[in-house]
Design a protein around this ligand. Structure first.
Ligand SMILES: Cc1ncc(COP(=O)(O)O)c(C=O)c1O
Ligand SMILES: N[C@@H](CCCC[NH3+])C(=O)O
Length: 423
């Protein structure tokens, strides 16, 4: 795998059979069973390298957004390659530490941080708290004082720009719950600078996810820089600017800007200001580094519709049900015959919204394996046990090797901690 290759280049078809790196997906399904998430180490590394290469020569830290895919093996691969991490809970911090990541390269985002989480993050020595409200700032100052530490702080500013993405994943508009209103930002920074246990070191924003154009990023960056300059005028000098994540990927017809163009545009805005640039990409690192493997259980043809019932459902991959997201569905083995039709690929969950894809032209037989593409981000992490279904296994392919990096959940896992009432 050379650097900069498109992540999709590691998912290739050879003799009609879909492979990830050097391994056939049939081999993975035979060994691990379905449903199962399969990630490519080379694809993860290639995606991170695109960021690191584009940032060369500029002080930077790429903090992979753990929420996109928090499997410890994924974090391990990225940490070894030089990534920092953006976390939103103490749980994600513990994952980073378990994966061998350096807490000194962790930024802590999130609107609802609790005192115990702050305490643990201070103790671990994280790089920065991305503070999202005046109230959070006061609590953090108190917790830092109690622990005898100073808290490094960035204030998340809501720049009020339209990210032009799905409303559920748009975060930088005035009406969204995220960050400090840009009109109140100067006051919050001034308060932070005056608090005894806070070190003000940065400013951050994150305007939304799956952005396919550069313009909203530039718009947000300019608004942030105007504030950075005003703060400098008021004697508050920041060390870093964190522009969040949000760069989109191609699921179907989208053509998001290449990482290189996106970063060149950001660097151009920053100009010769002495600021470290922090980014928090999630989806653009992980989405196209993973697929969800599933098997056809039954084919059901009705006068109204053709249903392919598969063993993965909305509890495994909720994006289609939640956002009407479209993800490509490919047969693992092509050309084996079967019924060619327009199918709704649906799961076993008792909900009409339980579909992985609708109106897909496929040639199918029962027991065929299918791969839902682009499932490496916001896939397993959003899965649930709805209908008392165990969560899928996760696999990391590395060259010719298959590593099971999360066992499939068993019934015992699902019932753990529950009990009947006493007699
Ligand atoms: C604060 C923050 N940073 C980074 C990300 C990662 O975003 P994406 O996966 O779109 O790159 C998110 C999620 O949207 C976020 O809320
Ligand atoms: N879960 C969303 C992305 C959320 C981004 C989190 N801030 C998706 O699958 O598209």
């Amino acid at each position: 795998m050379t650097r900069h290759e498109d992540n999709n280049a590691v998912f290739t078809r050879r003799d009609g059979e879909l492979h990830v790196e050097g391994v056939s997906l049939t081999a993975v399904a035979d060994r691990v069973g379905t449903p199962c998430y399969v990630y490519s180490r080379a694809a993860l590394e290639g995606a991170l390298d695109a960021y690191l290469d584009a940032l060369a020569g500029c002080p930077h830290l790429v903090c992979y957004a753990v929420k996109a895919n928090s499997n410890i093996a994924v974090l391990d691969v990225l940490a070894r390659r030089g990534a920092g991490f953006d976390i939103v809970s103490v749980g994600e911090l513990e994952r980073v530490i378990a994966a061998g990541g350096d807490p000194g390269n962790v930024v802590f985002s999130g609107v609802g941080k609790q005192a115990a989480e702050m305490r643990r993050a201070l103790e671990a020595g994280i790089r920065c708290f991305n503070v999202e409200s005046a109230a959070e700032l006061e609590l953090l100052n108190g917790v830092a004082g109690d622990t005898g530490r100073r808290a490094p702080v960035s204030i998340r500013v809501n720049p009020d720009v339209d990210a032009q993405t799905h409303p559920y994943i748009s975060t930088g508009l005035k009406e969204n719950k995220f960050g400090v209103d840009s009109d109140q930002a100067m006051d919050v920074f001034a308060r932070a600078a005056a608090l005894p246990h806070i070190d003000v070191i940065g400013m951050d924003c994150h305007i939304g996810s799956q952005l396919t154009q550069i313009a909203p990023f530039i718009d947000a960056t300019r608004r942030m820089l105007a504030l950075v300059d005003r703060l400098a005028g008021a004697g508050i000098h920041l060390r870093h600017l964190d522009l969040g994540g949000g760069l989109g990927v191609r699921y179907r017809g989208e053509s998001p800007p290449p990482v290189h163009d996106y970063i060149a545009a950001l660097r151009d805005c920053i100009g010769d200001r002495q600021l470290e640039l922090i980014l928090e990409p999630g989806r653009s690192i992980a989405a196209n580094a993973g697929v969800l493997l599933t098997e056809v259980l039954y084919l059901k043809r009705t006068p109204a519709h053709n249903f392919a019932l598969v063993d993965a459902g909305m509890n495994d991959l909720i994006r289609p049900a939640l956002y009407s997201a479209w993800q490509d569905i490919q047969p693992v083995v092509e050309g084996t015959g079967g019924t060619t039709a327009i199918w709704d690929v649906v799961g076993p969950v008792c909900e009409t919204a339980d579909f992985l894809g609708r109106d897909r032209e496929l040639t199918l037989s029962p027991r065929d394996r299918l791969a839902v593409m682009g499932a490496g981000a916001y896939g397993f992490v959003m899965s649930s046990n709805y209908n008392t279904r165990g969560r899928a296994a996760e696999v990391m392919v590395d060259g010719g090797q298959i590593h099971v990096v999360r066992e499939r959940e068993t019934l015992a896992d699902l019932l753990r901690g529950e009990s009947r009432l006493p007699e």
